[in-house]
Design a protein around this ligand. Structure first.
Ligand code: HEC
Length: 123
């Protein structure tokens, strides 16, 4: 019995002392889809007529976190993004979303795609 108590204490100490999980792009994509970010920002953050482009080349993770926590829904210029409190998305989940957005690869140069070559507007 005493041994079991010691084991239980050892495990709970380990659980508390375990380092925070590293942000995961895989989890971030799932959360991004499940939370509905994609409905306004597109499935890979490419942007839609409603939400801005978020990726490739996303804002730094801290800026993304700051924006989604502090969206000013009362600003006259406010478009449509809800504020996500820590009750809805934890800090770890926000970090996961940022990790996902950082993995979105840049678009191909249209001139390297035969069907689009030469069709781009003057740059
Ligand atoms: C209902 C539509 C909608 C949803 C859902 C939504 N967004 Fe947005 N988001 C917007 C709009 C519109 C803006 C621009 C608003 C502004 O600048 O005030 C924006 C801006 C942002 C920005 C700032 C981008 C920049 O370059 O300034 C980030 C980061 C962002 N959204 C992340 C997210 C994440 C992550 C989620 C999901 C947790 C999410 N958004 C869900 C509509 C949405």
């Amino acid at each position: 019995m005493t041994r079991i108590v010691y084991l239980a204490i050892a495990f709970s100490v380990f659980a508390v002392a375990a380092p925070a999980q590293e942000p995961s792009a895989k989890r971030g994509r799932e959360i991004y889809m499940k939370t509905g970010c994609y409905t306004c920002h597109g499935t890979v953050g490419q942007g839609t007529s409603v939400g801005l482009k978020l990726a490739p080349d996303p804002l730094p993770a801290e800026a993304i976190a700051n924006f989604i926590r502090n969206t000013d829904t009362t600003a006259p210029s406010y478009a449509a993004m809800p504020t996500y409190s820590a009750d809805v998305l934890s800090d770890a989940e926000v970090a996961d979303i940022a990790a996902f957005l950082a993995t979105v690869p840049p678009s191909k140069d249209p001139d390297t795609i035969p069907a689009l070559k030469g069709l781009t507007a003057t740059r």
